[in-house]
Design a protein around this ligand. Structure first.
Ligand code: GRF
Length: 215
């Protein structure tokens, strides 16, 4: 029988993806998940407030508290270990993860990226910049991707993707909102649900989704 998996969500900003997860969890759509804590490297990240309002532990861990990035990531790793976290969700977390953390949670860290990887991803592609580049290039379809995190930037095995159309007159802000509403806020809870149900299998850098077991 499946037991509940403890989840930590790492954020740096507004936390609308975190909110989508919290809403799905509170609505009973993630019965095998326990959202244990939310960690932010920014004190003013509104996501911390969202966590508090949901009764979830909200932790502020600034990189400046540590001598260097390695020390920071060791502290973050220990914090996650202490809470026996099973899955780390990066939801708009703008610190590049260090090796000790990635190694400690191999196959157990997922990230949401606001484009169809491998387009518009990698170093420098974050936030509105992604949507600005999408508009500059004139592609007609963009979207979002949830993937496992490995040592590269946005290079890990892809779990779920959803396409979103680009429309005439879009600004980066309008497109960002459409990608969030139509793709990100749906994909992230779905990926977490699949992980907690032990249904994600990584084989040769490809993720296969196992059939749901009949109950
Ligand atoms: C989202 O677009 C997500 O894909 C990206 O960062 C943004 C975070 O937004 N990784 P929010 O803080 O969840 O509102």
């Amino acid at each position: 029988m499946n037991t509940k998996k403890k989840i930590a969500v790492l954020i740096s900003g507004g936390g609308t993806n975190l909110q989508a997860l919290l809403d799905a969890w509170k609505a009973g759509a993630l019965p095998l998940a326990e959202i244990t804590c939310v960690v932010s490297n920014r004190k003013k990240a509104y996501g911390l407030e969202r966590a508090r309002q949901a009764g979830v532990e909200a932790l502020y861990l600034p990189t400046t508290r540590f001598a260097d990035r390695e020390e920071y990531h060791l502290a973050l790793r220990d914090l996650l270990w202490e809470r026996q976290i099973d899955l780390v969700v990066l939801a708009g977390y703008l610190v590049v993860l260090g090796k000790p953390l990635i190694d400690a949670f191999e196959g157990r860290i997922i990230n949401i990226h606001p484009s169809l990887i491998p387009s518009f991803c990698g170093d420098g592609f974050y936030g509105l910049k992604v949507h600005e580049e999408v508009l500059r290039r004139g592609v007609k379809v963009t979207g979002a991707t949830v993937h496992f995190v490995d040592h590269g930037t946005d290079t890990g095995p892809i779990i779920l993707q959803k396409a979103v159309s680009v429309q005439q007159g879009d600004t980066p802000e309008i497109l960002q909102k459409r990608v969030m509403e139509q793709a990100e806020w749906k994909l992230l809870p779905e990926a977490v649900r699949l992980f907690t149900e032990d249904r994600l299998v990584i084989q040769n850098h490809t993720v296969w989704i196992k059939e749901e077991e009949s109950r």
